[in-house]
Design a binder for this molecule. Structure first.
Ligand SMILES: CCCCCCc1ccc(Oc2ccc(Oc3cccc(O)n3)cc2)c(O)c1
Length: 257
């Protein structure tokens, strides 16, 4: 068993730019020999994602639109993937969203609409993607998603996204149970704070990053590349006995009260 992914195809959903966690995953998988397919949600992201794809040496990854909050969009995306490559061996789901006003102040003030939006995009989308991808994963495979400590315990300002991540982490376990009989594993990576485009939506993000550097066992923050290497483990046969798991790539911060 190796971490080589030669001859295998993976979908990476949610790359926005070169700082994205999804791009860190793409580089680890590409270096292990995988064939990649990237998705973008909004047209304004298409150019960024296409430019990154074209910068990879060898065959340029497919770049296709997919709005994970829309079932038809997911269905037509996987229909196109079936046409173009037939079989896929895994998915990295790196997609989340919450309204900015729901990422500060008191959680109790979250609107019904904001709560549903955050859960629709950040948690239910994994269920819908797994359902539509299942028929293409005829050789088995592995699905991963990205979560954060704020889904396990209260982190100031994370608010509705923390509740959505708690849902996502339970989602992983129920999907792992359903899909295990098809040889499809489902796991989460709980990433420490990384300065991505999404992180700009979080009030006082910098103070959380500083706290990690001062108090985490490794006394430093983590990088998208480090998350990418754990993703390579979870998406390769090295983790063939692991499913329903949540691996913290956070400099050990989750063990500190
Ligand atoms: C207070 C917690 C500090 C550490 C947060 C680490 C983190 C950083 C980014 C994360 O991903 C998102 C994704 C979308 C998101 O919603 C956004 C992002 C930008 C603008 C906006 O209107 N919503 C918020 C965080 C995430 O789930 C967790």
């Amino acid at each position: 068993m190796t971490f080589s992914l030669k001859g295998k195809t993976f979908v990476i959903m949610g790359i926005a730019n070169k700082r994205s966690i999804g791009w860190g995953i793409a580089r680890s998988l590409h270096n292990a020999g995988a064939q990649l397919i990237f998705t973008y949600n909004r047209d304004r992201m298409e150019k960024n994602v296409r430019d990154l794809a074209e910068g990879l040496e060898g065959e340029t990854p497919l770049v296709l639109q997919c709005d994970v909050s829309n079932d038809e969009s997911i269905q037509s995306f996987f229909h196109a993937v079936k046409e173009k490559v037939g079989v896929i061996h895994g998915i990295a789901h790196c997609v989340a969203f919450a309204n900015r006003e729901d990422l500060e102040g008191e959680f109790v003030d979250t609107s019904r609409e904001g709560f549903l939006l955050a859960h629709n995009v950040s948690s239910y989308s994994l269920t819908a993607v797994a359902r539509e991808a299942r028929p293409l994963m005829t050789e088995g495979g592995s699905i991963i998603t990205i979560t954060y400590l704020g889904g396990e315990r209260v982190v100031r300002n994370y608010n509705v996204m923390g509740v959505a991540k708690a849902s996502l982490e339970a989602n992983v376990k129920y999907l792992a149970n359903d899909l295990g009989k098809d040889g499809i594993r489902v796991n989460a990576i709980s990433a420490g704070p990384i300065r991505t485009l999404s992180a700009k939506g979080i009030r006082d993000f910098n103070s959380v990053l500083n706290e990690i550097e001062e108090r985490a066992p490794l006394r430093r923050s983590v990088t998208a590349e480090e998350v990418g290497d754990t993703a390579l483990f979870l998406l390769s046969d090295l983790s063939r006995g692991v499913t329903g798991e949540n691996i913290h790539v956070d400099s050990g911060f989750h063990i500190i009260s």
